[in-house]
Design a protein around this ligand. Structure first.
Ligand SMILES: Nc1ncnc2c1ncn2[C@@H]1O[C@H](COP(=O)(O)OP(=O)(O)OP(=O)(O)O)[C@@H](O)[C@H]1O
Ligand SMILES: [Mg+2]
Length: 250
């Protein structure tokens, strides 16, 4: 089953074509990495898919529905989640409070449940379950801003999964982490995706990790898809090696 499809998706900023005729299809349950050099259009592609920016042309189909032109909160309600930076907004709240807020985000798929008198208990239990899954259940009442950097990034991923997404988009979730934290975090995402049965789209610069965790990889350059396939296929692709890896085999 296809969870996400883009058809001829294009985004222009003036004369710059940041995303250029991108057509891709992501199957439910897969881990799809999007790689490519700086400025290739990876983050802009995520902005289009999540409705943060509107495409110049082309369409986006999510879970069978054409979501092109929808506002980002409408798309989020349909089960698409994107990690966001906790630091500015919720740093003063505890880990538990942060996840509770995220879990309470209006969700049209289950809105009747939250109107129940028991709704708040559900939110608490859901949030504690998320903290357990991300390894922070021992510190639910610690302020988010007091967590070490790597734990804060994990908490951000926790917020993104608290609303039980179908599709989770992560834009460089390990940026600024050391290699141990990077590996642990990506493996955590992979485990969460299996246990909670959601699809992952991942932008990640560490190619070794990308090769390890991805089912399929899409390579962007200058806004265009230049290659797509399994990690083995991508590693052996000469266009990718030339354009992205500078001719050096990964
Ligand atoms: N809001 C904007 N206005 C104008 N140009 C933009 C805007 N956002 C992105 N761009 C340009 O679009 C191109 C693609 O940028 P984007 O951030 O999507 O690349 P990226 O692949 O995510 O790069 P990086 O690996 O550095 O994060 C770049 O040339 C960038 O300068
Ligand atoms: Mg980017």
């Amino acid at each position: 089953m296809t969870i996400l499809e883009t058809d001829d998706l294009t985004k222009k900023f003036g004369s710059l074509v940041a995303v250029d005729d991108v057509s891709l299809s992501v199957s439910a349950g897969e881990v799809r990495s999007i790689i490519g050099p700086n400025g290739a259009g990876k983050s802009t592609l995520f902005d289009l898919i999540t409705g943060i920016q509107q495409p110049t042309s082309g369409t986006i189909t999510f879970d069978g529905t054409d979501v092109t032109g929808m506002a980002s909160h409408e798309i989020a309600q349909r089960g698409m989640s994107r990690s966001f930076q906790i630091t500015d907004v919720f740093g003063g709240l505890t880990a538990l409070e942060n996840v509770q807020v995220a879990a309470q985000v209006d969700d049209s798929r289950r809105s009747s449940m939250w109107r129940d008198a028991d709704g708040l208990t559900d939110v608490h239990d859901t949030a504690m379950g998320v903290l357990e899954d991300i390894g922070l259940a021992d510190r639910p009442h610690q302020r988010a801003s007091d967590f070490a950097y790597g734990d804060r990034r994990k908490l951000e991923i926790g917020l993104a999964v608290a609303n039980d997404p179908e599709l989770l988009l992560l834009d460089e979730p390990t940026a600024g982490m050391g290699s141990d934290d990077t590996t642990a975090t990506v493996e955590m995402v992979q485990r969460l995706a299996e246990e909670r049965e959601f699809t992952v789209m991942l932008i990640e610069h560490d190619l070794e990790i990308v090769m390890n965790v991805s089912d399929r990889i899409t390579v962007l350059q200058d806004g265009q898809v230049i290659a797509e396939g399994s990690p083995t296929t991508i590693q052996g692709d000469s266009a990718v090696q030339e354009a992205y890896l500078g001719g050096v085999s990964a």
